[in-house]
Design a protein around this ligand. Structure first.
Ligand code: HEC
Length: 160
């Protein structure tokens, strides 16, 4: 009887420590994953995004260049309007109204010239991805194309 009881106790202790070990392992893996994910997002600047553009390199004027905006309007008609409306309403992607106040110019330029790396890192893009269920595809914009589309967005936001 006594022997049986101590055997039971022993089993109980073994099971208990086994669980403890598992828990320990799980928390170690979780901790490990978090630690290894940090370096990629750590250097990510959610204001500027990722890419070659900075506010300084863009050097936007206060006034809108109508010729550039006109060219941007044509480009977006071909490459963007199937997924983006100019108002606030979502189509496949978010509506563009207010985008130049939600995002910095460098963020927009970096994103529209190379969306993929930013979709992987930007917390707000991740949230949009959950809503839209579609990753914005790379539209292969040249630097000039992108700059003209940005000017068009500025004009679209300046209009009441
Ligand atoms: C196939 C659909 C599709 C096309 C075409 C497309 N986009 Fe997008 N866009 C998206 C989706 C979806 C998102 C939301 C982020 C995500 O899930 O990737 C997005 C997000 C954006 C955003 C961020 C908007 C915000 O409010 O934060 C900008 C800016 C943008 N797109 C610009 C463009 C430009 C410029 C073009 C054309 C050159 C374009 N998109 C073409 C689907 C598209």
């Amino acid at each position: 009887m006594n022997f049986k009881l101590s055997l039971l106790l022993l089993t109980f202790i073994v099971v208990l420590t086994a669980c403890e070990n598992k828990k320990d392992k799980i928390s170690k893996t979780v901790g490990g994953d978090a630690a290894s994910a940090t370096p990629t997002t750590e250097n990510y600047d959610p204001k500027r995004g990722e890419g070659k553009y900075t506010e300084a390199s863009l050097n936007l004027g206060a006034t809108i260049d109508d010729a550039m905006a006109e060219s941007g309007s044509k480009i977006q008609g071909v490459k963007c309007s199937s997924c983006h409306k100019l108002g606030t309403e979502k189509l496949v992607g978010p509506g563009w109204k207010g985008v130049t106040t939600r995002r910095t110019p460098s963020w927009i330029m970096n994103f529209i010239t190379n969306p993929d790396p930013m979709i992987n890192k930007d917390p707000e893009l991740q949230a949009q991805l959950e809503l839209c269920l579609v990753r914005m595809p790379n539209q292969n914009l040249t630097d000039d194309d992108a700059r003209h589309v940005l000017e068009f967005m500025r004009k679209n936001d300046a209009a009441k």
